[in-house]
Design a binder for this molecule. Structure first.
Ligand code: PXP
Length: 241
């Protein structure tokens, strides 16, 4: 079965917030993405609410008919309370700093083991699957399993940059080795960051058991040219390799 495509709709909120008002409508976009073939919706609320707002997350809840994935740093603001209230299918924990433009590193699952164990337990007890965002380093996947998390999300930015420059092999191998280590430790594997129509198929082909990708920036940018419906179908075809 191909990896599930979860569309990150943060960029839709960024566009809306640039003007005030409610255009484009975040909830309508989520409903349409699902109708157009997305297997999930991802949001990444941050305390400064510069794109997805906490209220958006709650407004989305009744409209998610696929899988809702909320990403964020559990140490920030009201994140934990928000996720427990929204009760998504999955929470992806990301160690980004306040005000960071976008995620740029994964958890150190060895050093942060005790903290992660406790926070993973809190979400798991509430019936929410936990995925930990990690760099493509096999040891981080092995230690992620010790926290009780169900999945890892491999941070694919480095792979994407190398792919752009035509020398993806080493970065791809690191993602594959990390995915294999995770699978061996009993974890399912997600991937995300800077994935696009050019680099997605290679990754999916090399990790045949990839469970889910979450894609925002490139997909929304592609939708300007191809339309949202076509674009989602194009990403689905890229995954079905
Ligand atoms: N995964 C995580 C943890 C992220 O923080 C982001 C960006 O919000 C993504 C995936 C999606 O990345 P992109 O917008 O580059 O597709």
């Amino acid at each position: 079965m191909p990896a599930k495509l979860s569309v990150n709709i943060n960029k839709i909120a960024t566009l809306r917030n640039s003007r005030g008002g409610n255009i484009p409508n975040v909830v309508k976009t989520a409903i349409d993405c699902q109708a157009f073939g997305a297997n999930g919706i991802t949001v990444h609320p941050r305390p400064d609410e510069r794109h997805i707002r906490y209220q958006d997350v709650m407004d989305l809840v009744p409209h998610i008919t696929t899988e809702f994935n909320i990403e964020g740093n559990p140490r920030e603001g009201k994140f934990v309370a928000l996720v427990l209230a929204a009760k998504p299918a999955q929470v992806t924990l990301v160690p980004d700093a306040p005000g960071q433009l976008t995620s740029n590193h994964g958890w150190d699952t060895v050093k942060e083991q005790d903290y992660l164990k406790q926070i993973v337990k809190q979400f798991t007890n509430a019936g929410i699957r936990v995925s930990l965002f990690i760099d493509p380093v096999p040891a981080m996947a092995t230690a992620a399993a010790e926290t009780g998390a169900a999945r890892i999300e491999i941070y694919t930015e480095h792979y994407a940059r190398c792919h752009e420059q035509g020398n993806a092999n080493e970065a791809l191998n690191a993602c594959v080795a990390t995915a294999n280590a995770a699978q061996k430790a009993g974890l399912a594997v997600n991937a995300g960051h800077d994935l696009n129509l050019q680099n997605l198929s290679t990754l999916a082909r090399h990790i045949p058991f990839l469970a889910e990708v979450s894609i925002g920036h490139a997909l929304i940018a592609d939708a300007l040219y191809y339309g949202l419906h076509n674009t989602i179908q194009m990403y689905q075809r890229a995954l079905a390799v």
